[in-house]
Design a protein. Structure first.
Length: 151
Protein backbone atom coordinates (compact mmCIF):
# COMPACT_ATOMS: atom_id res chain seq x y z
CA UNK A 1 0.00 0.00 0.00
CA UNK A 2 1.16 3.55 -0.76
CA UNK A 3 -0.06 6.85 0.64
CA UNK A 4 1.31 10.40 0.37
CA UNK A 5 0.43 13.82 1.63
CA UNK A 6 1.85 17.28 0.99
CA UNK A 7 2.51 19.68 3.87
CA UNK A 8 3.55 23.30 3.35
CA UNK A 9 5.96 24.96 5.78
CA UNK A 10 6.60 28.69 5.92
CA UNK A 11 10.23 29.54 6.51
CA UNK A 12 10.82 32.87 8.21
CA UNK A 13 14.37 33.88 7.27
CA UNK A 14 17.46 32.94 5.27
CA UNK A 15 19.06 29.83 6.74
CA UNK A 16 16.00 28.92 8.76
CA UNK A 17 15.87 25.48 10.38
CA UNK A 18 12.49 23.93 11.10
CA UNK A 19 12.17 20.73 13.13
CA UNK A 20 9.35 18.78 11.44
CA UNK A 21 9.66 15.62 13.58
CA UNK A 22 6.56 16.24 15.69
CA UNK A 23 4.47 16.76 12.54
CA UNK A 24 5.72 13.41 11.26
CA UNK A 25 4.88 11.67 14.54
CA UNK A 26 1.38 13.19 14.52
CA UNK A 27 0.90 12.08 10.93
CA UNK A 28 1.84 8.49 11.87
CA UNK A 29 -0.51 8.49 14.87
CA UNK A 30 -3.41 10.09 12.96
CA UNK A 31 -3.20 7.50 10.19
CA UNK A 32 -2.46 4.52 12.46
CA UNK A 33 0.65 3.48 10.56
CA UNK A 34 2.38 0.57 12.27
CA UNK A 35 5.15 -0.88 10.08
CA UNK A 36 6.08 1.30 7.15
CA UNK A 37 8.86 3.06 5.35
CA UNK A 38 8.38 6.80 5.46
CA UNK A 39 9.98 8.97 2.81
CA UNK A 40 10.06 12.73 3.25
CA UNK A 41 10.86 14.75 0.12
CA UNK A 42 11.30 18.46 -0.53
CA UNK A 43 10.30 19.77 -3.96
CA UNK A 44 12.94 22.51 -3.87
CA UNK A 45 16.61 22.86 -4.85
CA UNK A 46 17.47 25.46 -2.19
CA UNK A 47 16.04 23.57 0.78
CA UNK A 48 17.22 20.25 2.21
CA UNK A 49 15.99 17.67 4.68
CA UNK A 50 18.46 16.13 7.10
CA UNK A 51 18.29 13.87 10.13
CA UNK A 52 20.38 15.35 12.91
CA UNK A 53 20.24 16.84 16.37
CA UNK A 54 18.00 19.89 16.90
CA UNK A 55 20.30 21.73 19.28
CA UNK A 56 21.04 25.47 19.14
CA UNK A 57 24.82 25.07 19.31
CA UNK A 58 24.75 22.75 16.29
CA UNK A 59 22.45 25.13 14.39
CA UNK A 60 24.73 28.09 15.06
CA UNK A 61 27.88 26.12 14.19
CA UNK A 62 26.39 24.96 10.90
CA UNK A 63 25.27 28.46 9.93
CA UNK A 64 28.73 29.83 10.77
CA UNK A 65 30.41 27.16 8.62
CA UNK A 66 28.05 27.83 5.71
CA UNK A 67 28.68 31.57 5.99
CA UNK A 68 32.44 30.91 6.01
CA UNK A 69 32.69 28.36 3.21
CA UNK A 70 29.76 29.37 1.00
CA UNK A 71 29.23 33.04 1.74
CA UNK A 72 26.21 34.95 0.47
CA UNK A 73 28.63 37.73 -0.54
CA UNK A 74 30.74 35.66 -2.95
CA UNK A 75 30.44 36.04 -6.71
CA UNK A 76 28.42 33.21 -8.28
CA UNK A 77 27.98 32.63 -12.02
CA UNK A 78 24.45 31.49 -11.25
CA UNK A 79 23.73 35.09 -10.20
CA UNK A 80 24.98 36.54 -13.51
CA UNK A 81 21.57 37.10 -15.07
CA UNK A 82 23.07 38.36 -18.35
CA UNK A 83 24.61 34.94 -19.05
CA UNK A 84 22.19 32.65 -17.24
CA UNK A 85 20.05 30.13 -19.10
CA UNK A 86 16.67 31.88 -19.59
CA UNK A 87 14.84 28.61 -18.83
CA UNK A 88 16.06 28.85 -15.22
CA UNK A 89 15.02 32.45 -14.60
CA UNK A 90 12.81 33.29 -11.65
CA UNK A 91 9.82 35.56 -11.34
CA UNK A 92 11.93 38.33 -9.78
CA UNK A 93 15.60 39.31 -10.00
CA UNK A 94 16.05 39.04 -6.22
CA UNK A 95 14.74 35.49 -6.22
CA UNK A 96 17.32 34.46 -8.83
CA UNK A 97 20.33 35.72 -6.88
CA UNK A 98 20.72 32.53 -4.89
CA UNK A 99 23.89 30.84 -6.14
CA UNK A 100 25.01 30.42 -2.53
CA UNK A 101 21.81 28.53 -1.66
CA UNK A 102 22.25 26.06 -4.53
CA UNK A 103 25.87 25.37 -3.55
CA UNK A 104 24.90 24.91 0.12
CA UNK A 105 22.12 22.54 -0.94
CA UNK A 106 24.52 20.39 -2.94
CA UNK A 107 27.08 20.29 -0.13
CA UNK A 108 24.55 19.55 2.60
CA UNK A 109 22.85 16.91 0.48
CA UNK A 110 19.45 15.35 0.52
CA UNK A 111 16.19 16.42 -0.91
CA UNK A 112 14.75 13.39 0.91
CA UNK A 113 15.15 11.11 3.90
CA UNK A 114 13.74 7.61 4.42
CA UNK A 115 12.89 6.43 7.93
CA UNK A 116 11.61 3.04 9.06
CA UNK A 117 8.44 3.08 11.18
CA UNK A 118 7.92 0.09 13.47
CA UNK A 119 4.95 -0.43 15.76
CA UNK A 120 3.81 3.13 15.03
CA UNK A 121 7.13 4.75 16.01
CA UNK A 122 10.00 6.30 14.07
CA UNK A 123 13.04 4.08 14.47
CA UNK A 124 15.23 6.98 15.55
CA UNK A 125 18.22 7.12 17.81
CA UNK A 126 17.96 9.16 20.99
CA UNK A 127 18.77 12.59 19.52
CA UNK A 128 17.65 12.22 15.92
CA UNK A 129 15.17 14.70 14.49
CA UNK A 130 14.07 15.57 10.94
CA UNK A 131 15.15 19.10 10.06
CA UNK A 132 14.08 21.24 7.12
CA UNK A 133 16.85 23.67 6.17
CA UNK A 134 15.93 26.84 4.31
CA UNK A 135 19.07 27.84 2.39
CA UNK A 136 17.70 30.80 0.44
CA UNK A 137 15.09 33.26 1.75
CA UNK A 138 11.78 33.06 3.60
CA UNK A 139 9.05 31.37 1.56
CA UNK A 140 6.67 28.42 1.38
CA UNK A 141 8.30 24.99 1.17
CA UNK A 142 6.29 21.93 0.17
CA UNK A 143 7.26 18.64 1.78
CA UNK A 144 5.82 15.33 0.56
CA UNK A 145 5.29 12.60 3.19
CA UNK A 146 5.05 9.17 1.52
CA UNK A 147 4.37 5.87 3.27
CA UNK A 148 4.97 2.44 1.77
CA UNK A 149 3.90 -0.66 3.67
CA UNK A 150 0.97 -2.41 5.31
CA UNK A 151 -1.43 -0.73 7.67
Amino acid sequence: MYYSKSIVYHTKKPFDIIDITDDIKKFIIDHKYKDWLLNIFTRHTTAVLKINEAEDGFRNDLKQRCDTYVSVDEVYRHNDLENRDPKTMCDSKEECLNGHAHIRGMLMGNSSETIPVHDGKLMFGRWQRVLLFELDHAREREIIFSFIGEK
